[in-house]
Write a new protein. Structure first.
Length: 368
C-alpha cells in the first residue's frame, strides 16, 4: 500500500466530466461511476461529477458522489465552474465522446472551457479518456459534413491534455496521426466491465448451454434484426437450449426457434449472475473496436465466450493481440469450452477494474 499512498498523497480531489449521470445515465456515465466507486473503495479518493449533455437535468448526488450540471453552459461558464472547483493538486478527467456534449458532435464550448480553465490552473492535472474521437458516415449524413470539425475539436483536446487514454488501437493510431507529438504517449487499454467481474476460480465453472444477448435496446435490436440468421445457426450448431436477453424492453418480440427468456433491465449484480451461468454471449461490434465495448468486456469479465457474426471480422489487430472472440462461421460443438472460457478471462484480467484504477492513480500522479 506504500506505493499507492505515495501516488495519491498530492492529489486533493478528482473531477470527472461525463455527458450525463442518473437519470438518463449512459455507458460513458457508467464507466465514470464504476471507476469512481473503485477509486473511493481502494484509494479513499472521492469524485465530483460534472454532466454536460445538452438539456440534461439530473440528480445532485449519485451514490454519495456530488453531481454538478454544466448542460447549456458556454465555454466561459464551464471555465468558471471548473476554476471554482479546483486548486493546486486537483485533477480533471474528461470522458470524451463528441455526441455526448453536442447534438452535432462538435462541442466547441467544451474545448474552449477546458482550454480557458487549464490556462488559469496550470498546476492542475487534465486527463482525457477518449471513448470516441469522431463519427463518420456517408455523404448524405450530418456526421460526414461535420467530420473535419469533429477531428479539429478532438485534436485540440488531445493536444492540450496532460495525459491521453483510449481503449482501442484504432483510436490510438488516429490520435497519433492527428497529433504527432502524442506518439508513444497514449495509454491504450480496453474498457473494464460495468457489471462486475468474476474471480478466476469461478471463470471456468460448469456453464449451461445458454447464450446471452446483453446491452442497450439498439444493440440488441441489431443483433436480432441484422444477424438473426447467425443467431439461429449458431444456436443450432452449438446446442444452445436457451437465449438469455438482458436489457431495456424492445418494441418487438424476437422470433427465434430457440427459447428466449426476456430478463428486462437488471442491476449489475443480476446481470453478472446470468453471465456466470451462460456459456456464450453474442456481440456485434467490429473486431477492431471490441476494446471499447462494455458488452464485450462484461462477457470476458465473467468468462462468457463471446460469439460474433463473421461480418464483424476486421483485419486490424486489437490492443493486446487477437481478441478472444469466436466467429459464428468457425465455432464447433466439440470445442474445449473450459479452455476458451479461461482464455477469455485471462485476456480480460490485466485490464480489470482494480488494475485500471491502479493505473489511473499512477497517471493522476505522473503530471507535475
Amino acid at each position: 500500500m506504500e506505493v499507492q499512498r505515495l501516488a495519491f498523497e498530492n492529489m486533493h480531489q478528482l473531477l470527472q466530466i461525463v455527458p450525463r449521470m442518473a437519470p438518463g445515465q449512459d455507458g460513458v456515465g457508467d464507466y465514470g461511476l464504476t471507476l469512481a466507486r473503485e477509486l473511493r473503495r481502494r484509494y479513499a479518493l472521492d469524485t465530483t461529477f460534472v454532466g454536460g449533455a445538452p438539456n440534461w437535468q439530473g440528480a445532485s448526488e449519485v451514490e454519495g458522489f456530488r453531481v454538478l450540471n454544466a448542460s447549456g453552459q458556454s465555454g466561459a461558464g464551464l471555465a468558471r465552474l471548473l476554476k471554482g472547483l479546483t486548486s493546486k493538486g486537483s485533477t480533471v478527467m474528461l470522458n470524451y465522446v463528441g455526441p455526448g456534449y453536442d447534438r452535432n458532435s462538435c462541442p466547441f464550448w467544451l474545448l474552449r472551457g477546458l482550454k480557458d480553465w487549464k490556462m488559469d490552473r496550470q498546476q492542475c492535472r487534465w486527463i482525457t479518456m477518449f471513448h470516441e474521437l469522431y463519427s463518420e458516415g456517408p455523404p448524405w449524413t450530418r456526421s460526414f459534413w461535420s467530420n473535419p470539425v469533429q477531428r479539429h475539436i478532438a485534436a485540440g483536446i488531445a493536444r492540450i491534455s496532460d495525459v491521453v487514454v483510449t481503449s482501442v488501437g484504432v483510436m490510438e493510431k488516429r490520435l497519433q496521426e492527428m497529433v504527432p507529438v502524442l506518439r508513444g504517449r497514449i495509454d491504450c487499454v480496453p474498457v473494464f466491465s460495468n457489471v462486475g467481474e468474476t474471480e478466476d476460480s469461478l471463470a471456468t465453472v460448469h456453464r449451461k448451454p445458454w447464450l446471452a444477448v446483453f446491452g442497450s435496446a439498439g444493440w440488441r435490436t441489431r443483433a436480432y434484426r441484422e444477424f438473426g440468421r447467425n443467431l439461429e445457426a449458431v444456436c443450432d450448431a452449438l446446442g444452445v437450449e436457451q437465449l438469455i436477453d438482458i436489457g431495456p424492453p424492445l418494441d418487438f418480440s424476437p422470433e427465434l426457434s430457440v427459447v428466449v427468456k426476456m430478463c428486462g433491465r437488471l442491476d449489475a449484480a443480476e446481470v453478472a449472475g446470468w453471465l456466470r451461468q451462460c456459456r456464450f454471449g453474442f456481440v456485434t461490434y467490429p473486431s477492431a473496436w471490441l476494446g471499447k465495448s462494455g458488452i464485450f468486456a462484461a462477457y470476458c469479465a465473467h468468462g462468457c465466450i463471446p460469439l460474433a457474426p463473421p461480418e464483424c471480422r476486421q483485419t486490424e489487430i486489437e490492443i493486446g493481440g487477437a481478441v478472444p472472440v469466436q466467429y459464428c462461421d468457425v465455432v464447433f460443438p466439440s470445442a474445449d469450452w473450459p479452455s476458451l472460457q479461461r482464455r477469455v478471462h485471462d485476456w480480460y484480467w490485466p485490464h480489470s477494474l482494480q488494475n485500471q484504477a491502479r493505473r489511473y492513480i499512477e497517471l493522476f500522479g505522473s503530471v507535475q
